[in-house]
Design a protein around this ligand. Structure first.
Ligand code: NDP
Ligand SMILES: N[C@@H](C=O)C(=O)O
Length: 263
């Protein structure tokens, strides 16, 4: 497909952060491809955005943990030359100690939060790099950094999203294609329903609205941030954390064990 239009593909667009991304990206002039399982909700949102902005909005009803269904989205990402932004937002949460958790539920979470994001990024990247422009936004979580006893699997998936994004940023250092990782704290969405954690138990000051998260994330993107933590007052705190990690690097692989391990 050859077109002058620019398209944003948003996964998990039927609710929460994904629906907010869809609205904001349409406001910025993007046509949309909205992906989630619930076709009726996607169509309602699409009709609202078409009516409000006049943008073209397609929906793809797909379970991203299903091999046949994700392949439809991958094909669109590979072949639609108008795609300029992929927002890998679809994700779920599970907050239970691993010892009492269900292995199949953990596997499903990893499939959604990790495998589908990896597959969709892999599908879109060759086209973006060939066209010499574009953006991949990967929605991670503050829980990639704030690691809790009940978040072994969830924090693991979101740490993956962060480090995957940071590695891609290095891979694309010479390319105009941008990869941003977004690390929201608690957001008032349906994410918490059935997650094992009660959003109602959190102080109100901890909870951001989906609109505020997305506005902050897009402002961070506009400012050239590769990692955006919407609630973090000082970006220098993230930069210090990242610098501390990098100071480890020269000593992470040496021939000799450290002195403290030698008798
Ligand atoms: N809410 C929060 O506090 C935080 C959320 N995040 C992250 O933000 C992202 C969005 O979460 P949020 O908006 O809060 O959650 P919501 O539960 O509100 O929305 C999740 C979206 O993902 C879609 N989705 C879920 N499972 C699948 C699937 N198997 N295949 C395709 N789509 C699916 C849902 O649609 P449908 O059911 O129609 O498929 C829905 O559109 C997630 O990655 C989450 O981890 C990060 C930090 C904090
Ligand atoms: N980021 C949120 C969940 O993913 C949280 O901080 O609670």
């Amino acid at each position: 497909m050859t077109t002058q239009n620019k398209t944003a593909v948003v996964t998990g667009a039927s609710a929460g952060l994904g629906a907010a991304y869809a609205q904001r990206l349409a406001d910025r002039g993007y046509d949309l491809v909205l992906v989630a399982r619930n076709a009726a909700r996607l169509e309602t949102l699409a009709a609202d955005i078409r009516g409000r902005t006049g943008r073209a909005v397609d929906i793809v009803a797909a379970d991203l943990t299903d091999a046949a269904q994700i392949s439809v989205v991958e094909e669109r990402l590979r072949t639609d030359e108008s795609v300029e932004i992929l927002v890998n937002n679809a994700g779920g949460g599970l907050f239970t100690p691993l010892a009492v958790s269900d292995a199949a539920a953990s596997e499903a979470l990893i499939n959604l939060n990790v495998t589908s994001l990896t597959r969709l990024t892999t599908a879109v990247l060759p086209g973006l790099t060939a066209r010499g422009r574009g953006t991949v936004v990967n929605v991670s979580s503050a829980l990639a950094l704030n690691i809790l006893p009940v978040s072994a699997v969830y924090s693991g998936t979101k740490s993956y999203v962060l480090t995957f994004s940071q590695a891609l940023q290095q891979e694309l250092a010479e390319s105009p294609v941008v990869v941003q990782a977004v690390l929201p704290g608690a957001v008032r969405t349906e994410f918490w329903d059935g997650s094992g954690a009660d959003l109602g138990a959190f102080p109100d000051e901890w909870i951001m609205s989906a609109d505020d998260v997305v506005d902050a994330a897009l402002a961070g993107l506009d400012a050239g941030e590769l990692v955006t933590i919407p609630s973090l007052p000082q970006i220098s705190d993230w930069e210090s954390f990242e610098k501390a990690r990098q100071t480890l690097v020269p000593n992470l692989s040496l021939k000799a064990p450290a002195d403290r391990y030698r008798g």
